[in-house]
Design a protein around this ligand. Structure first.
Ligand code: TXA
Ligand code: MG
Length: 356
């Protein structure tokens, strides 16, 4: 079913602005009526619907073309609201909320009866997050307090970091996009499962394992997210899909910083000689080492936050440029590098070439 998609510009730093307030009220009405709306968060744009209306989740799956066994994150705007949707809030969850909410951390807890299985993809647990973006918080409040929201991309495409990306994917499929400009972080929230004896990291993000451990002690890592093959299935159902996938075939090249550009140049030349278009994801430090292809710098190796911020936008730019192959440098994995490599590996369908 095709409908006109409106895009309304909203200003996070002027939340009292009349146009912004009116847009949020209008969006809230759509959500209360069981419809979907795209909105900015500090991580990526979300596609929201009322998490407590069973049919509303179905509209998200339909617009995204997403498998309905893939559970949604429920977004709240005040900590106290969590008690309605989970059976128990462990001490660790309280401490993490104190430290990181509102912010880019999602916690998995046991769901209460209020949350329909359509929202949790049939699971007994529910993912909960309180975002820090002011537009998001105001919209959650207007929409009834519990907004299920996956990233607002078509399933399988890179997550949207600006409203234009949402429009590209969902124009004609949703009634409204709140355009709050480019997001800050650029990759999805960290997901931590608190239903296990020892909390398990299911998706790395801006909040790193070190930051989590400093607050709650031991945290395990789901083996499915660090395996650099696709054989170990991750525990978060959504992590098993070939997410964040560019249209081109993508390969990561790993090795010492001096050798990687030489290898990528060689691979690129072979493809270009065969009449193919090649894109290269380089860094500020190495961009000058590439002679051919469409070379894009993802940022400085010294600035992990900048790399994360640019990642999805660059994948979309490369898609739009019509390249057939993408070669990307790889990154060290302490801190946020783990989240960056997790997304790059998935974009590349785990194709990695190691140079000695
Ligand atoms: O930053 C974010 O988290 C963004 C913004 C919009 O808030 N949302 C987001 O949602 O990334 P989505 O649907 O693209 O990713 C949610 C991930 C999926 O991998 C899903 O499988 C996992 O969370 N998930 C949700 N509920 C779960 C549960 N009960 N148990 C395990 N994994 C769960
Ligand atoms: Mg997603």
């Amino acid at each position: 079913m095709l409908e006109d998609t409106s895009v309304i510009k909203v200003k996070e730093d002027e939340i009292d602005n009349e146009i912004t307030m009116e847009a949020i009220r209008q969006a809230g009405k759509i959500l209360k009526a069981g419809g979907v709306v795209a909105f900015p968060t500090e991580t990526v744009y979300g596609l929201g619907a009322d998490a407590l209306q069973a049919d509303a989740a179905g509209r998200i799956y339909a617009a995204k073309g997403r498998p309905s066994d893939n559970p949604l994150i429920v977004h709240i705007c005040c900590f106290e609201d969590i008690y309605e949707i989970v059976t128990e809030v462990p001490q660790a969850a309280k401490r993490l909320a104190d430290a990181f909410w509102p912010g880019p951390l999602t916690m998995i807890l046991h769901k209460s009866e209020k949350v329909p299985f359509q929202t949790t993809g049939g699971m007994d647990t529910v993912a909960v997050r309180m975002p820090s973006n002011q537009i998001a918080l105001a919209l959650i409040r207007q929409g009834g307090g519990y907004i299920a929201a996956p990233s607002a991309n078509t399933s399988g495409r890179p997550s949207p970091t600006q409203a234009e990306h949402v429009y590209e994917d969902l124009n004609g499929k949703i009634p409204l996009i709140l355009d709050g400009g480019e997001v800050g972080i650029g990759i999805e929230s960290t997901i931590l499962d608190l239903t296990e004896e020892v909390p398990v990291l299911l998706r790395p993000g801006f909040i790193t394992i070190k930051m989590l451990s400093e607050v709650i002690g031991e945290v395990r890592i789901d083996p499915g997210i660090i395996a650099d093959d696709a054989k170990t299935p991750p525990k978060a159902p959504g992590m098993k899909y070939r997410h964040y996938a560019p249209k081109a075939e993508m390969v990561l090249v790993e090795g010492a910083q001096q050798q990687v550009p030489a290898k990528i140049n060689q691979l690129a030349e072979e493809k270009i000689n065969a009449g193919k278009k090649v894109g290269i994801i380089a860094t500020k430090e190495t961009a000058g080492s590439y002679q051919q292809g469409l070379v894009i710098s993802i940022g400085s190796r010294q600035e992990e936050e900048e790399i994360a911020h640019n990642l999805y936008k660059i994948l979309r730019t490369l898609d739009a440029s019509g390249v057939d192959f993408i070669y990307s440098e790889s990154f060290e994995t302490p801190h946020m590098g783990q989240a960056i490599m997790n997304r790059l590996l998935k974009a590349a369908g785990h194709q990695v070439i190691k140079v000695k």
